[in-house]
Design a protein around this ligand. Structure first.
Ligand code: XMP
Length: 433
């Protein structure tokens, strides 16, 4: 293994990720594990140079004060405790200030543990390739490749590790943005030579969604159908033992750790049927989003794919409001493509967190070539946020807005009006459905 590692054991702290990131900022790799890891599991982790028992306000679980297994102290690995009075090792307190925190950790990491500052993406990838090879052997892995950042990066990493023993399935639910499925095929099949099963399920999804106007119902249909299509493909393939997943660290935190509460349950693929339970391969599970992007670039993925803006699982389905029609779906897709193109030209794609268009299910009166027309509006949305929990509006340059408006009115069929949504979150959400 290339990298040394400091393990953080979560004993109820709310600062686990802060500490992990501070250690990584020192150039040393750090991973977070639950408090009930066994001494054997700890010893099996590669190159562990030190352990931090990270206590905090969530140290009582189900009415019981949590602690680590007694034999963890016998491993001989240097340990310190933070906010954990019951610990049988030296204790420190960690300052809030980022620089002071790094200084405090420096002493433990380098002087006490003798860790080397050898954490970088190249070493991370080499280590993960080695670990995936060990886990998978010559067995086969299946991966749902949506084309999003996480699934794309995990596909590239697994491809490097196991090559033709990886099968990627890309399900086109007909709600993709313009050019998106094509780019997945181009990059993974044509350029990287991956086994890629492309399933065009557009008609099937649109059929199921016909006449369904309720947003929650739409989401349920899209999610449920996705699992069914993926499952059908999985059953066609022989001898699959593992399922690759682009789980990243924030997904784990949001799904609830053993000490922290669930924010929202997260699943990348969703509940596959009982008889299709695979063991999981999740090589990105300890990375934060910026690190996932750095990993993707190091693996040679195109910049556009790695810095793609977030895109909801139900795709354009939640931006074509109410019951989806082909006509309005086409208007969302084409207007979104124009918006993206103009944002890229203006350099706004590097600046704005998320930007897209919405087409509602009502028409308004307009005039085209001296005659009355009755057509749909397109709504533009461009927001900035840190964590998607709240969002502010990008104050777009007037000239850019006019250019986008003129192009949409000229190039997109069935549209006679363009509006800019100025609502922050709250009270609005980022998406309209
Ligand atoms: P809202 O609309 O809740 O969106 O303010 C917050 C962020 O989440 C994205 N989003 C989703 N992502 N599946 C996803 O993977 C979904 O069903 C979904 N709904 C919303 C949204 O695009 C925004 O970035």
């Amino acid at each position: 293994m290339k990298q040394d590692m400091i393990v953080i054991l979560d004993l109820g702290s709310e600062e686990n990720t802060v500490v992990a990131r501070a250690i990584r900022a020192l150039g040393v790799y750090s991973e977070i594990y639950p408090h009930d890891i066994t001494a054997k599991e700890l010893m099996e982790l590669p190159n562990v140079k030190g352990v931090i028992l990270n206590g905090g306000p969530n140290c009582v679980v189900d009415g019981v004060q949590i602690d680590v297994a007694a034999d963890l102290y016998q491993t001989g690995i240097p340990m310190i405790a933070v906010n954990h009075p019951a610990a049988k090792c030296a204790a420190i307190s960690l300052p809030k200030d980022e620089e002071e925190l790094k200084d405090t950790l420096k002493n433990f990491v380098f002087d006490v543990c003798n860790a080397q500052a050898n954490w970088n993406m190249k070493n991370f990838i080499e280590d993960q390739v080695e670990l995936v090879k060990r886990q998978v052997g010559d067995k086969k892995v299946l991966l749902a490749l949506s084309g999003g950042v996480d699934s794309s990066v995990v596909a590239a990493l697994l491809l490097k590790a196991i090559g033709e023993n990886l099968t990627c399935v890309h399900v086109n639910h007909g709600l993709m943005r313009k050019g998106e499925s094509e780019s997945v095929i181009e990059v993974f099949k044509n350029q990287m030579n991956a086994n890629l099963v492309y399933v065009d399920a557009s008609e099937r999804f649109l059929g199921k969604l016909a006449g369904v106007a309720d947003p929650e119902e739409k989401r349920k249909i899209i999610g449920g159908e996705f699992i069914r299509v993926f499952e059908e493909e999985a059953r066609k393939l022989d001898g699959i033992d593992f399922l690759g997943q682009g789980t990243i660290y924030p997904d784990i935190v949001e799904s609830g750790t053993k000490t922290a509460k669930t924010v929202k349950s997260h699943h990348n693929v969703g509940g596959l049927p009982e008889d299709l339970q695979f063991a999981l391969v999740e090589p990105l599970r300890q990375l934060f989003k910026d690190e996932v992007r750095a990993c993707g670039l190091e693996l040679g993925l195109p910049h556009d794919m790695v810095f793609r803006q977030p895109f909801p699982g139900p795709g354009l389905g939640v931006r074509c409001l109410g019951a989806i029609t082909k006509e309005r779906l086409e208007a969302v897709r084409e207007s979104d493509a124009i918006l993206r193109e103009e944002f890229a030209k203006a350099g706004l794609d590097q600046k704005v967190w998320q930007y897209f268009t919405i087409v509602p299910d009502f028409k308004s009166v307009g005039v085209r070539e001296n005659a009355r027309c009755f057509e749909y509006p397109v709504i533009l949305r461009a927001v900035n946020t840190v964590d998607a929990m709240t969002a502010t509006i990008e104050q777009l340059d007037w000239a850019v807005l006019m250019k986008i408006t003129n192009r949409i009115l000229k190039e997109v069929k069935n549209v006679n009006r363009v509006c800019y949504d100025l609502s922050p979150k709250p009270t609005a959400t980022i998406e309209w459905e």
